[in-house]
Design a protein around this ligand. Structure first.
Ligand code: DLZ
Length: 162
């Protein structure tokens, strides 16, 4: 979580294993594409900065954040080491926000716990567009960076536990 003490793009490069040879899938929601595109770019840059080859990254889009669950589940069938799910839900005037956030979070959590490869939670849930901009390359960094570092660390975790 971004706090005034923690920037989403800050990480200790020495603590990140090499991503060389890791295959990473990214499923991205088209809703709020200005935000999700920036999150995707952050994730791509941080993955490749840490050794993941562009050829080993597969990006797929889905219409909305709720579809991230199905999209990520389908991508687990591919020869990938981790999947990053990227979406942005912005609060509106109806309870729809809560249903999408809760449904998507529960679905991605279930996948993360039941699939063989880690599913990384890249869903931004904010009260307004400015809060989203702050978290996709703005004053609080980019959650895409955080997701990329987490994906590499979790692939390394799985390799070490085997
Ligand atoms: C319907 C909807 C609404 C109102 N808001 C968002 C949003 O802020 N972010 C997002 O990613 N998706 C939104 N959606 C679309 C739903 O995620 C989903 O695509 C539709 O309900 C169809 O299943």
């Amino acid at each position: 979580m971004a706090t005034k003490y923690h920037n989403l793009s800050d990480y200790d490069a020495n603590s990140v294993p090499s991503g060389e040879g890791m295959k990473v899938g990214i499923v991205v929601s088209e809703w709020n594409s200005e935000i999700t595109g920036a999150l995707l770019n952050g994730a791509l840059k941080t993955l490749t900065d840490n050794g993941v080859s562009e050829d080993d990254i597969k990006v797929m889009t889905v219409p909305g954040s709720f579809e991230l669950i199905y999209g990520a589940q389908q991508m687990t069938k591919l020869p990938l080491d981790a999947i990053i799910a990227i979406g942005c839900v912005i609060r509106g005037d109806t309870p729809h926000f809560d249903y999408i956030c809760e449904g998507t979070t529960a679905g991605l959590s279930r996948l993360n716990a039941t699939q063989d490869i880690p599913v990384i939670y890249g869903l931004i849930t904010t009260n307004d567009m400015q809060q989203a901009k702050d978290r996709c390359g703005g004053k609080l960094g980019n959650k895409g960076d955080e997701c990329a570092v987490t994906a590499i660390k979790m692939v390394d975790f799985r390799r070490r536990i085997k």
